[in-house]
Ligand binder design. Structure first.
Ligand SMILES: CC(C)(COP(=O)(O)OP(=O)(O)OC[C@H]1O[C@@H](n2cnc3c(N)ncnc32)[C@H](O)[C@@H]1OP(=O)(O)O)[C@@H](O)C(=O)NCCC(=O)NCCS
Length: 305
């Protein structure tokens, strides 16, 4: 193991190909050890395309020849700074995360810093405890298997469903998403550029992106995603984002749109569908439980008190 005295931390806005390989190796090794890769979609997009001025990559490098041993991603785009932090399993308990944490605190200046712990693994709890961080947010990952009975999707008579049409629907969807997720810290901030970046990803498939329309206006959506198999999971579907405009809530659109997406995903042959939901969003959790989803893992944000 490389002693932490020989490890330096660099703050960069672009990642070289070799560094990207190093970070992917950290993700793969973590997936094997923790069952979690610890980074999310936005972090992966930033690794590939570079970060805007409100986000940073932090690299912990050491060893001979120098390798990436730890990685952190910092997002300063909202009132509270938020970060992802992961150390290669072969180099843990050597003070590397502590060094990255100090650099994160320095970079986030006066903003309160929150760190994501995907799966809330024991190491994250130990690390957070040592630094005096407290749990401020919990996100559930829920899963549902194929083969359970499922209702057909039924919509109010004045609502029709169709799939997303790139360009025609881009702007209206961004507005609908912002309205549906007005209180959500990340989803409410998805811009037209963010949408178009996601549309350029290999996984993007408009045939799995459903829109509910009433009198020519978008009132709800269900954007599904298919994840390729990983070292621990077979190909899996995801309720990537589901939203209903506040003016159209309460008439069963959430349930109908969820069912439309589930029929689509299971029709493609996936064995499981997963989704993320805030642990305190009891109405949404109730809906997903009634549709056969159960708690799989919990993600936690640890923050400076
Ligand atoms: C959590 C994580 C980042 C810690 O990285 P690390 O480089 O091993 O951490 P450090 O060596 O700087 O540890 C500092 C202190 O945190 C605590 N700690 C770290 N790992 C721990 C573990 N597995 N169990 C209990 N306490 C732990 C200890 O007090 C440690 O000091 P010590 O080794 O002198 O006892 C690393 O295990 C990891 O990448 N986990 C998966 C990603 C993750 O959960 N990120 C979210 C972090 S909030």
């Amino acid at each position: 193991m490389t002693p932490s005295a020989d490890v330096g931390v660099w703050v960069v806005d672009r990642i070289s190909t070799t560094e990207l390989e190093g970070i992917r190796e950290i993700e793969l090794a973590s997936l094997r050890v923790d069952g979690k890769a610890h980074l999310d979609d936005q972090v992966r997009l930033d690794l590939e395309f570079g970060v805007p001025s409100t986000r940073r990559h932090l690299l912990a490098r050491g060893g001979i020849p120098q390798e990436v041993l730890g990685y952190a991603h910092l997002d300063l785009g909202s009132a509270a700074a938020s970060a992802h932090l992961v150390v290669h399993p072969d180099h843990r308990r050597a003070g590397i995360a502590s060094k990255l944490f100090l650099a994160l605190v320095a970079e986030s200046a006066s903003s309160r810093l929150g760190i994501w712990a995907h799966g809330d693994v024991p190491a994250a709890r130990g690390f957070a405890g040592r630094l005096g961080l407290v749990r401020i947010r919990e996100l559930w990952q829920m899963r549902r298997t194929a083969g359970m009975a499922m209702d057909a999707a039924t919509y109010p008579a004045d609502v029709s469903v169709r799939t997303f049409e790139p360009e025609r629907d881009d702007k209206a969807w961004v507005e609908l998403n912002a309205a549906a997720f007005a209180d959500h810290p990340e989803q409410s901030r998805v811009s037209l550029d963010d949408l178009r970046q996601r549309m350029r990803q290999a996984w993007f498939d408009p045939a799995g992106f459903f829109l509910a329309e009433r009198s020519g206006e978008l009132v709800g959506f269900h954007w599904t995603k298919v994840h390729p198999a990983t070292a621990i999971d077979a190909t899996m579907g995801e309720v990537h984002a589901l939203g209903v405009h506040p003016d159209a809530q309460g008439v069963g659109l959430g349930k109908a749109l969820t069912l439309t997406g589930l029929h689509h995903l299971f029709g493609l042959g996936v064995g499981q569908v997963m989704l993320y939901v805030e642990a305190d969003n009891l109405p949404a959790i109730g809906l997903y439980q009634r549709l056969g989803f159960g708690l799989h893992t919990t993600d936690v944000v640890y923050s400076q008190p």
